[in-house]
Design a protein around this ligand. Structure first.
Ligand code: PMP
Length: 412
């Protein structure tokens, strides 16, 4: 029998290398992933990941909801469900969104496997190779990975303290069009930005929406952190200003727990229908078990109080990080986020956040280098610090260690 299977050559041990689709070349493992494996050792203070502090949820609350949910209808929990998501859960999703001022009906909602899958499905629906996606610079690393895998061209828009700059947005759209490119959508994280910590001001929101509407550019609004404000709620979502021009993404990952992998999209009718078809083709139906469980939790637990507890936990940690930065690293620059998980830090001198990371891990502290948050790998002068997971005491220790690293590098 002849064997036409390819064999690996040279240093490449994957015999199927020449067989992959072109889009698979965008699926490269992050260069810092190996270091993060080291950073997950318990002696390392990790200011790197964006992991919610799920220990703040009493275990009995979840266990009780699982019990009740199975007693009520175990066969439904164990069965396939509706591709769009359990109607009962979509009713609650509408209530959660109403907290932020969104008026939608359960029919407008399609659930996804975390909002990450919603990003994937929207990109799949709209992007042909070479199409332009506008995104803040820096932007969410997980979205950039999706955009790359669909061979989009990401054009970053710099922010100032008030977020996206409307004039810069308009100029970028016109410039890309003048260069003969197709601008498909603006991907934006208006609240407590990941990684920049910035919130788009109330004054700019209608201007951003007006520009996109006038120039015919869809907005993809990613809002996993909006309910996690510390001082005052952020301004209403862009979706409230133009429901026909915005695909809005939400998630239970930060307000409940990411382990359930339940997020959602709210989209204008025609887009929503396509999203349901795309979701069905990807996963048939979401997890009925998780949908029933979250519905049960939302119906029987005071989830607003739980979100308020999360706010208290994260506010205290933000304060601890800001105080530690002030004490140990006054030569760095940073912003003061009013919610969410992240502080974006600028490094002094010629320091490079990616090159400095191995030294930081040796000093038992980890952070995320700025380079992952730009499609072109720039951002070496910046880093993201997460305050969501470590305790305030560990945050102080971590920042102190980071100061040893930074000051050591500056002396080189
Ligand atoms: N968007 C942003 C801005 C995020 O920070 C995250 C999680 N880190 C996601 C989307 C994805 O979240 P999930 O899939 O857990 O809902």
């Amino acid at each position: 029998m002849s064997d036409l299977r390819p064999t690996g050559t040279g240093t490449d041990l994957d015999p199927w290398l020449a067989t992959y689709a072109e889009r698979a070349s965008g699926l490269a493992a992050s260069e810092v992933r190996a270091l993060f494996a080291v950073a997950s050792r318990p002696e390392v203070v990790s200011l790197a990941g964006g992991m919610p502090y799920v220990r703040a949820i009493p275990r009995e609350l979840v266990a009780g909801a699982i019990d009740r949910m199975l007693l009520a209808d175990a066969p439904a929990a164990l069965q396939y469900g509706s591709g769009q998501g359990l109607p009962r859960l979509r009713e609650h999703i509408v209530e959660v969104m109403a907290e932020e001022g969104i008026a939608a009906s359960p029919d407008d909602v399609v659930t996804t496997t975390g909002s990450q899958q919603a990003i994937d499905l929207v990109t799949k629906l709209f992007i042909d190779p070479g199409d332009v996606i506008l995104a803040e610079g820096p932007s969410y690393v997980g979205a950039l990975g999706v955009f790359k895998s669909y061979q989009a061209r990401v054009v970053h828009l710099p922010m100032d303290a008030d977020g996206l700059v409307p004039e810069v947005l308009e100029a970028a759209i016109l410039e890309q069009r003048a260069a003969g490119r197709t601008v498909k959508f603006l991907y934006t994280i208006p609240n407590f930005h990941n990684p920049a910590g910035i919130t788009l001001s109330a004054e700019r929101r209608p201007r951003v929406v007006e520009i996109c509407r006038r120039l015919g550019v869809l907005i993809v609004e990613d809002n996993p952190y909006g309910l996690l404000w510390f001082d005052a709620p952020p301004p209403p979502p862009l979706q409230t200003l133009d429901p026909e021009g915005v695909v809005y993404l939400g998630s239970f990952s930060k307000t409940f727990a990411p382990g359930f992998r339940v997020g959602w999209a709210v989209a204008p009718h025609a887009i929503r229908e396509k999203l349901v078809l795309a979701a069905e083709s990807a996963i048939l139906s979401p997890s009925s078990f998780n949908h029933l469980l979250i519905a049960e939790y939302l119906e029987t637990v005071d989830w607003r109080a739980q979100i308020a507890r999360f706010r208290d936990v994260y506010r205290e940690r933000r304060d601890a990080m800001l105080a530690a930065l002030q004490t140990y690293l006054p030569n760095l620059t940073w912003n003061e986020p009013n919610g969410g998980f992240y502080i974006w830090v600028g490094l002094p001198g010629e320091l490079h956040s990616k090159q400095m990371l191995p030294r930081a891990v040796r000093e038992l502290v980890a952070y995320t280098p700025g380079t992952g948050f730009y499609a072109d790998g720039s951002g070496g002068r910046e880093m993201r610090l997460s305050f969501c997971y470590p305790t305030p005491e560990d945050i102080a220790i971590g920042i102190q260690r980071l100061a040893t690293v930074v000051n050591g590098e500056l002396e080189l």
